[in-house]
Design a binder for this molecule. Sequence first.
Ligand SMILES: Cc1cc2nc3c(=O)[nH]c(=O)nc-3n(C[C@H](O)[C@H](O)[C@H](O)COP(=O)(O)OP(=O)(O)OC[C@H]3O[C@@H](n4cnc5c(N)ncnc54)[C@H](O)[C@@H]3O)c2cc1C
Length: 399
Amino acid sequence: MAREYDVIIVGAGMVGALTAVLTAQKGLTVALIDKHSGRYPLSTPPAYDARVSAISALSQTLLEQAGAWQRIAKERLAPYQRMAVWDGLGDGYVDFDVRYQQAASLGQLVENAALCDALMKSVHDTRGIDLYFDDAVASHQEQESGVEVVLASDRSLRGAVLIAADGANSNLRQQNNVDTVEWDYGHHAIVTTVEIDAAHEDTAWQAFGEEGILAFLPMPSVADKHYVSIVWSVSPADAEQLMALEEDAFCRRLTYAINRRFTALSLTVPRMAIPLRQRHAKHYVQPGFVLIGDAAHTIHPLAGQGANLGFADVSALVPILVKAHQRGDMLGSLKILRRYQRARMLDNIAMSASMEAFKRVFTTQQPAVVQLRNLGLKLCHKSPSIKQKLVAHAAGLNQ
Ligand SMILES: Cc1cc2nc3c(=O)[nH]c(=O)nc-3n(C[C@H](O)[C@H](O)[C@H](O)COP(=O)(O)OP(=O)(O)OC[C@H]3O[C@@H](n4cnc5c(N)ncnc54)[C@H](O)[C@@H]3O)c2cc1C
């Protein structure tokens, strides 16, 4: 006999878990399925998780509504007051600080594991969510009138709508033959946590140059020692070479690539290299079926916006589903689900296009483009109104 739900969500990562909590808070019944155990063991600082996310003001508000943000220990959060960006191949420089935003910080850095752990606690504390973890979808069928899912564990579920939040390589997206526009960025991102010799000044530092795109993202200091999480986007060949270096040699390359603004002293967690690919689903909805988060789109991490886009998807989708539920409408109706697609697709495409443009402009070494981009950075640095607009956009405040 199948269990009945309003919403069946596959994928309990940050986007799926947030969707589960916010819909259940409004009285919808939710099945949350993941192949993962749903446990996120946290390492002891300063061995911060190599994967971190810069969380915007809009995303933070949603995470607060879910009761998750409040559960992240203050010692694991790093608000940043300033972003400093420069061109290693010229004298272009721009910085943005908190004066351009009506908030205490430009955003907050948090380890993915700490964020998922907090969300999972909210999931457990929210009435109306049944968990199917360490499990997978064996078969599924969607129609406007309802959805049927059989799990690998042989359990059967019925729902009004199936939400795919199963990440970049979404099985559900592929099984439902949703085409994507996608290409390789020709970059791998090396991530790890690094001890540096001086205070990071609560600033996110980013250098573009012949050594690739390198971000030094502030993490909380421990016992007067200072740490940054790095995201270093380089060609696959350079990534292979950098990953093979001894720790000392890797730190020397890092120091050089950040223009000696800091000296990298040591790594507190092992390096990881993540291949970067842009993907965008050609449509986000089918009868009874919705794609959200990385299952719908992935972008280059150079502006730290991927998860924020996923949270913005949640912010658009949940009220649409809740309203339809309150009216007694079919949640899987294409007419209803298209409202979500209309609300999100253009913003997501615009962000993907900007990331592609940034990546192209900031990785070329063609002298004319290098000259032009340095000029652009300098002009931007002198224009408070441009800075204000860019900061508001990154915070998700003008969406
Ligand atoms: C180097 C790097 C740096 C980044 N930095 C930032 C940043 O600073 N700010 C930002 O906003 N974003 C950032 N991002 C993007 C961000 O990490 C992702 O957008 C975000 O993690 C996507 O969350 P998600 O829940 O959609 O997918 P995921 O986190 O991938 O979660 C998917 C879930 O689905 C489950 N799953 C997968 N397949 C199945 C299946 N078949 N059955 C059941 N369950 C399944 C998985 O176990 C997982 O729990 C960065 C990305 C990278 C690569």
